[in-house]
Design a protein around this ligand. Structure first.
Ligand code: GDP
Length: 585
């Protein structure tokens, strides 16, 4: 094809796809990465695998070497120049980062522990992948834990499976089937990779072991295949600069630096760049482009190598003035000679402004804080679905001033004096201040855990309010005194409950109606156990009917907290009899 010809003509100008690894904690993401990176001693050099900032680069030579056992006849052709794997584990939120509108991550490996199946974070990752339309494969990891598994290091999976005894093969088939059903329940068709006829329609499942290396050659071949099938040829040419900030870090001697991934184009020392900041757009010049020093270079004083120019795809650390308020997840734009810097500033800030527009207009709601623009967006989307109102948002670790913002809810909407924090740290001073004023801080690495914590918090508040309202709730009743045992302080009177139900804490009153003028006199008798009571023979007559003493507030309390406990007859008694008696409107 033409694309092939062009690729052959200028291999230098091809860019490598970006791959993210995600999945539940402990499924083996880190271990898998370590295993792929590992230099095979027999094969000598790993073929230029380079550790970058927040990423590892695998040139095509390394991919070819590592997939050789499953490509013995050489029939599989590599067209990509290499693969950049984002390797900061625990940062699922990267999947939601953008560079120029599309997802930062071109393809993904979702790691699932074959012994555990789909776990909560797996589901969350799947939602993100679906929303972003990111093609992915599934590594069904830890196959060496199948009982009785016999290993051959770094083997192709099918060859290894063929060697296992029937029991192991059956257990594998069983777990594979269960996994496929679980995926189907989430709306994904899946097939074990060697039976998958269409990668566009079915997710490929590739069994792996990060311990023995089995299945890893298949995994690398599949991810390459998926890229080549799903990414158009021209997408892989280096064109305009596309770059995304992964992390903002303070480094001793360098000040505030940003770790970025360049997904397209080139950056040079001295280039003018624009990015998103908490206090408005940041425009600055690149002072240095740093990549980690290789082992042999570690003798030199710095842990970094300076680069005059870097090109996609690459993870690199940028030093520059004025990066203090930079926002992780922000796009980074290059200001070229003819560009209007102001325009680029507006463009870059629009990502943050879009999120700000999702805050409830009344300003009433919880405070939400997340590590990056991408994770904040995912969290806001989730809270919207869950109908939790958001009052303010912020990016980065939680400081005292963030708690102050959240504390504005304390006075009028105490239930929203809550901070939902995703993948960020809370500094000590902030936590102490929150404890002091009564702001609740919930932190989690899984978005829906925040929802669980918030729901629990709301239930606690409701229970507390119900408890506080106990004295206000008045159930209706009408009582007929039979005999007065003690005239006052305390009144002790035997009654018949004529209507409704008499409960502890119910305030009782008699009502005297002047037979001539019709004027009403309500005589409250205090609580069932009270003092300063009226006296039988003085204010109270012997045979006076007694009533539970209702009010507007007591009815509202019943409605809010005791709806389930009040019968239809009791509502009737209140409405038809007591309301009129006590002139409640
Ligand atoms: P992560 O949280 O997803 O990065 O998981 P890790 O890579 O830290 O692995 C979690 C645990 O599972 C560690 O104890 C690993 O040694 C173990 N582990 C990871 N992969 C495998 C595997 O393929 N087989 C076995 N038996 N253990 C594994």
């Amino acid at each position: 094809t033409i694309a092939d010809a062009r690729a052959a003509a200028s291999k230098d100008n091809l860019r490598s796809p970006i791959c993210c690894i995600l999945g539940h904690v402990d499924t083996g993401k880190t271990k898998l990465l370590d295993k792929i990176r590992q230099t095979n001693v027999q094969e000598g050099e790993a073929g230029g695998i380079t550790q970058q900032i927040g990423a590892t680069y695998f040139p095509v030579e390394a991919l070819e070497k590592k997939t050789a056992v499953v490509n013995t006849d050489g029939s599989f052709n590599f067209k990509i120049p290499g693969l950049l794997v984002i390797d900061t584990p625990g940062h699922e939120s990267f999947t939601n980062l953008r560079s120029r509108g599309s997802s930062l991550c071109n393809i993904a490996i979702l790691v699932v522990d074959i012994m555990h199946g789909l776990e909560p974070q797996t589901l969350e990752s799947m939602r993100l992948l679906r929303d972003r339309k990111t093609p992915f494969i599934v590594a069904l990891n830890k196959i060496d834990r199948l009982y009785g598994w016999k290993q051959i290091a770094n083997n192709g999976f099918r060859e290894s499976l063929a060697m296992q005894n029937k029991g192991v093969q059956n257990e594998f088939a069983d777990r594979l089937e269960k996994t496929k059903i679980a995926f189907a329940e989430q709306g994904f068709n899946s097939e074990v990779f060697y039976e998958n006829k269409s990668m566009a329609r079915n997710v490929s499942l590739v069994p792996t072991s990060a311990h023995t290396g089995e299945g890893i050659p298949d995994m690398l071949k599949l991810i390459t295949q998926l890229t080549q099938e799903r990414m158009a040829g021209q997408l892989m040419y280096i064109t305009e600069v596309e770059c995304t900030v992964l992390e903002v870090k303070v480094i001793e001697g360098l000040g505030t630096t940003i770790d970025v991934v360049i997904t397209n184009g080139r950056l040079k020392e001295g280039d003018r760049i624009v990015l998103c900041g908490t206090e408005g757009p940041i425009a600055t010049n690149i002072r240095a482009l740093l990549t980690p020093a290789e082992m042999k270079e570690l003798r030199v004083k710095s842990a970094y190598v300076h680069n005059k120019e870097v090109k996609a795809a690459l993870g690199v650390k940028i030093t520059a003035n004025g990066l203090e308020n930079a926002i992780a997840g922000s796009r980074l734009l290059l200001v070229k000679e003819d560009d209007d810097e102001e325009e680029l500033m507006d463009d870059v800030m629009s990502d943050l402004e879009n999120l700000l527009s999702k805050i409830s207009t009344s300003g009433r709601g919880v405070t939400v804080q997340a590590s990056t623009l991408g994770s904040l967006e995912a969290l806001l989307e989730f809270l919207k679905q869950m109908k939790i109102p958001v009052g303010s948002i912020s990016i980065g670790n939680v400081h005292r001033r963030d708690v102050i913002t959240a504390s504005t809810m304390l006075e009028k909407h105490k239930q929203y004096a809550v901070m939902l924090c995703f993948d960020v740290k809370v500094d000590k001073e902030a936590q102490a201040y929150a404890d002091e004023v009564g702001v609740k801080i919930f932190t989690a690495d899984i978005i829906y855990h925040l929802f669980d914590q918030f729901t629990k918090h709301m239930a606690e508040i409701a229970a507390q309010k119900k408890e506080e309202s106990k004295m206000l709730a008045v159930f209706p009743c009408i009582l007929n005194p039979i005999q007065v045992f003690n005239k006052t302080n305390p009144i002790v009177v035997g009654v018949d409950v004529m209507d409704g139900a008499l409960r502890v804490n119910t305030p009782i009153a008699a009502v005297k109606i002047n037979s001539v003028t019709g004027a009403k006199e309500v005589i409250p008798m205090g609580r069932i156990e009270g003092n300063n009571q009226p006296t039988y023979g003085r204010q109270l007559e012997d045979k006076m009917v007694l009533y539970s003493h209702i009010s507007r507030a007591s009815i509202d309390t019943l409605k809010e907290f005791y709806r389930d406990e009040v019968t239809k007859e009791e509502w009737n008694l209140i409405a038809k009899h007591l309301k009129g008696l006590f002139d409640v409107v």
